[in-house]
Design a protein around this ligand. Structure first.
Ligand code: SF4
Length: 471
């Protein structure tokens, strides 16, 4: 059940006769990372061609549109807005023509000093066309006096703080870059002689590309007619892979840091059953994202997993609500409880997270209305108490239920008989159980409030507010 919004997904392919078609398929596999808009830019060696629109990948791109996207190199993007509202002007990839030629950029992440950089650039005369932080990177590159594209990208990225997994395309080259902390994933593969990049490995599976490796945190990879070259211009820093990618965002068939997401989620469920057991008859998953953790919970507890909640996969963006209002219509449209499974049972419901609590409350009510005797909510992550500033669209922390209520107060609000969250240590144990932690470190700021990269813009806003009030 989606509660937090995913961020964005990127895909790129260098040197393939079907570049635009394969990018279309790659984006299709990454659709879970963003459903608001999508775009593809191709290069024919001289010019860039692009098409972007609001909506889903399969609705936007027709055979005819793809046939106009000529050339053997392409990058694509699916977007859910993290900064910049969800408007057509913020669609990606961004394409510019500056005095050195054409450049396209696709970004997954969020810069924590974008507003500060933007103010500096605007003071210097820059005119922005969108409200995205990605455009800041474009301006920094265009402004650079450095000789090569690589040098200009490095000069720009050195100024950027926060999370970025980026793909650049020029008529001659493709460049992939990942921030020194590695917040958002980025992987490299090959398809015959072609090089491919994607946010997640599931995009490679669809086009039968072979996974080579992850782009390392702080690495820049340049692909051009001379081959593939790797650079590490930022020096070493502690990594901060987003742990929420395992819990909820990434697709279960993807691999992140060498771990299969499905297996991590299943391990999270097993650990949850150890930490938060429940005296119950059946386990029910909140589909789809809660399913692997529920399987793990069932495995560890020995309680049977039942299909007590069914999810409709055909909920459109707009629907007509009947005049006579139906209670909890939004949730009912997506989920339905199976009475025959739940009636008279003590039920454990497994979900991956609770954000505002409103959906969980509706689910508990739905399960009870189907006849459940007891409802025990189990969550395969710690309480989400803090907002994410690294590319995930979370509500303000004041809107996160766990920011203001303790666990028993949350339980009362969602009206369950019991409520249990996994500990942060439990999350890391599940990651380690799936594949030994090899000195890797993860971001867990939305649970702990410990932000690995300074929140420059936020700090400035707070200082300004203090100035206003104190002034
Ligand atoms: Fe991931 Fe949470 Fe860190 Fe954001 S704050 S990068 S969602 S772990």
């Amino acid at each position: 059940m989606p509660k937090l919004k995913e961020e964005c997904g990127v895909f790129g392919i260098y040197s393939h006769v079907e570049a635009s078609n394969l990018t279309y398929l790659g984006l299709h596999a990454l659709q879970h990372r963003g459903q608001e808009s999508a775009g593809i830019v191709t290069s024919d060696g001289v010019n860039l061609h692009n098409h972007r629109a609001m909506g889903l990948v399969s609705d936007i791109f027709t055979e005819e549109i793809l046939s106009h996207l000529t050339g053997q190199n392409a990058i694509g993007h699916v977007r859910y807005s993290t900064t910049g509202s969800s408007q057509a002007k913020n669609m990606q990839p961004i394409v510019i023509n500056y005095f050195r030629g054409a450049l396209a950029i696709a970004h997954n992440g969020n810069l924590t000093n974008a507003r500060t950089l933007r103010e500096e650039l605007e003071a210097d005369g820059a005119i922005f066309q969108s409200t995205t932080d990605t455009e800041v990177i474009v301006h920094l590159i265009a402004k650079s006096k450095e000789e090569t594209l690589l040098q200009r990208i490095i000069e720009a990225l050195v100024k950027c703080k926060g999370a970025y997994s980026l793909l650049f395309l020029t008529p001659e080259a493709m460049v992939a870059a990942r921030d020194p902390y590695g917040f958002r994933p980025l992987v490299m593969g090959k398809l015959g002689d072609s090089i491919v990049f994607a946010s997640e490995t599931c995009a490679f599976d669809l086009i039968e590309a072979e996974f080579i490796r992850e782009i390392e945190p702080g690495e820049i990879v340049v692909v051009n007619e001379n081959g593939v070259e790797s650079f590490k211009p930022f020096g070493e820093s502690k990594h901060a892979y987003c742990v929420f990618e395992y819990i909820y965002f990434a697709r279960p068939d993807s691999f992140l840091t060498g771990r299969n997401v499905y297996q991590v989620r299943r391990a999270l469920g097993r650990q949850l059953a150890i930490e938060q057991p429940a005296d119950a008859d059946i386990i029910v998953a909140v589909p789809d994202s809660g399913v692997p953790a529920a399987m793990g919970f069932s495995e560890e507890s020995g309680l049977p997993l039942e299909l007590g909640l069914l999810r409709s996969h055909y909920v459109g963006r707009t629907f007509i609500e009947p005049q006579q209002s139906i209670r909890n219509f939004g949730v009912r449209l997506k989920l339905n409880a199976i009475k025959e499974v739940l009636d008279g049972k003590r039920v454990v419901i497994v979900d991956d997270s609770i954000v505002r609590g409103t959906t969980s409350r509706k689910i508990v009510k739905m399960i009870r209305a189907a006849g459940a005797k007891e409802v025990h909510m189990r969550i395969s992550s710690p309480p989400t108490k803090f907002s994410c500033y690294y590319g995930i669209d979370t509500p303000l922390k004041e809107e996160l239920i766990a920011n203001s209520l303790d666990i028993d107060e949350i339980r009362k609000y969602i009206t369950s008989d019991s409520l249990g969250y996994l500990t942060l240590e439990g999350v890391m144990k599940a990651v380690d159980d799936t594949k030994k932690l090899n000195g890797e470190s993860f971001c867990n700021a939305c649970f702990s409030g410990k932000y690995p990269v300074e929140l420059t813009d936020l700090k400035k806003t707070k200082q300004k507010q203090l100035g206003l009030f104190g002034g």
